[in-house]
Design a protein around this ligand. Structure first.
Ligand SMILES: [Zn+2]
Length: 348
C-alpha cells in the first residue's frame, strides 16, 4: 500500500450519514488520518482527543463514535473538541484492528518530536501541528494496554490540571521520564496525558474511554474542576527488557526453555502489586543476565528489583508492574513490562 503521509482528512460537525451506523463502518469509510472538529459552547477554547495511534487499540475510536452518535443530534461540548483518528490504514488492514502498525511501517508513536520530516515522521509532525494549531487547553491520547489491565494515565509532567484530566478516566497516573518519541511527550503548552484504557477487547476499557470523553466534554472549566476521584501518582517506572537475541516464551510451568520463560498469568500483576519473593517465571543458565532494567543514569539495576530462586525469576523487593503482556511481539520489541519500587508496607 502506498501511503501519502501528507494527507489528512477534515470533518466538521459530521452528520449521521458520515458517521455511519457503527464504529466499524465509520472506520471503513476513512482512508487516512482524520480530524473531526466538534463545535462547543465556548468556541475560544479547544480540547484535543487523539486515538488509534496504534491500529489495534480501538477503545478511543469506539468511545468517540458512541459519544458522537448516542443522541439523534451531535453532542454540544462545553468547548470545541478536536478529535484526531491517526493510524487509519493500520486499523483497516486485514484482519481489522489487529495491527499496531502496518507491516514494513513504523510505530508512529515513536516518531514524534524528530527532526526527520519524511514518511511516518512527516505524518507525526503534521499531527502535532494540527494539535498546536488550535492552541489546546488539554490533550488526551487514548490507547489500550497490550494485555488485560485496569486503566491508568501516563504523563511526563504532574500538575493539578494533569491530575484533573487523568481523574476523568482513571485513578492512577504514571510520571514518565521516558523519551520514546510519543505524542504526549511533546509540549503543547497545556496538560497532556496518555490514557491506557485497559485491554483492547475489554468492554470496560471502552466504557472508561466513553465516560472520560463525556466528562471532559461536559466540564465547563478545567481550572475550577475538582478531581472526580483521588489519583495515585507513580514515579518513573523502568522498562524490563530482554537483552538482544534472548528467547522469550510464556508457560504455566518450567519447560526448560532457553532464555526467559514468563508465567502466562503475568498480566494478573497489572492489577496490583507483587510482593518480595513473588515468582514471575523461569530463566535458563544465564539467569538474570538475560534481562535488563536500565535506570535514568543508564545503569542496569536488575539486581535491585529481581533475584533468582534456583532457576525461578522472583521479585527481590515489593514492586508494582504495569503493561505486562503475553503478546510476544510487543514484549520482545518493546518491553516485558514496566516496573516501580513500592514501599514495603504496601498491601497486595
Ligand atoms: Zn498504544
Amino acid at each position: 500500500m502506498d501511503i501519502d503521509f501528507t494527507d489528512i482528512e477534515y470533518l466538521k460537525n459530521p452528520d449521521s450519514i458520515t458517521l455511519k451506523a457503527d464504529f466499524q463502518q465509520f472506520l471503513l469509510s476513512l482512508d487516512v488520518p482524520t480530524i473531526i472538529d466538534i463545535t462547543g459552547i465556548n468556541t475560544h477554547k479547544t480540547r484535543v482527543i487523539t486515538t488509534l495511534l496504534h491500529g489495534n487499540e480501538p477503545s478511543g475510536l469506539i468511545a468517540i463514535h458512541r459519544w458522537l452518535t448516542q443522541d439523534s443530534e451531535l453532542p454540544t461540548p462545553e468547548t470545541n473538541i478536536r478529535i484526531i483518528i491517526v493510524s487509519v490504514e493500520a486499523a483497516n488492514a486485514s484482519p481489522r484492528l489487529s495491527r499496531r502498525y502496518l507491516t514494513n511501517g513504523l510505530d508512529i508513536n515513536r516518531c514524534f518530536g524528530s527532526h526527520l520530516d519524511h514518511g511516518y515522521f512527516k505524518r507525526a509532525n503534521l499531527i502535532a501541528k494540527a494539535i498546536a494549531d488550535v492552541k489546546p487547553e488539554a490533550v488526551v491520547d487514548l490507547h489500550n494496554a497490550s494485555g488485560s489491565a485496569p486503566a491508568f494515565a501516563v504523563s511526563t509532567l504532574i500538575s493539578t490540571r494533569c491530575l484533573s484530566l487523568a481523574s476523568f478516566f482513571c485513578d492512577t497516573i504514571i510520571l514518565s521520564s521516558l523519551s520514546l518519541g510519543t505524542l504526549t511527550e511533546q509540549n503543547f503548552d497545556c496538560p497532556t496525558v496518555t490514557i491506557e484504557c485497559g485491554g483492547a477487547k475489554d468492554e470496560q476499557a471502552h466504557t472508561v474511554a466513553f465516560q472520560g470523553i463525556k466528562a471532559l466534554a461536559d466540564c465547563p472549566d478545567l481550572d475550577l474542576y475538582q478531581q472526580k476521584n483521588p489519583v495515585d501518582i507513580v514515579y518513573k517506572p523502568l522498562r524490563m527488557k530482554l537483552k538482544s537475541h534472548v528467547e522469550l516464551t510464556y508457560a504455566d510451568q518450567d519447560e526448560g526453555n532457553s532464555g526467559v520463560t514468563l508465567s502466562n498469568k503475568i498480566e494478573q500483576f497489572n492489577f496490583g502489586s507483587a510482593r518480595k519473593g513473588q515468582m514471575f517465571g523461569w530463566l535458563d543458565e544465564q539467569g538474570l543476565d538475560n534481562l535488563e532494567l536500565i535506570n535514568e543514569a543508564g545503569a542496569n539495576v536488575i539486581n535491585d528489583f529481581f533475584t533468582t530462586r534456583e532457576n525461578q525469576l522472583v521479585c527481590a523487593t515489593h514492586l508494582r508492574i504495569f503493561m505486562a503482556t503475553t503478546n510476544i511481539e510487543i514484549a520482545t520489541k518493546d518491553c516485558l513490562f514496566f516496573v516501580v519500587n513500592m514501599p514495603s508496607t504496601d498491601s497486595i
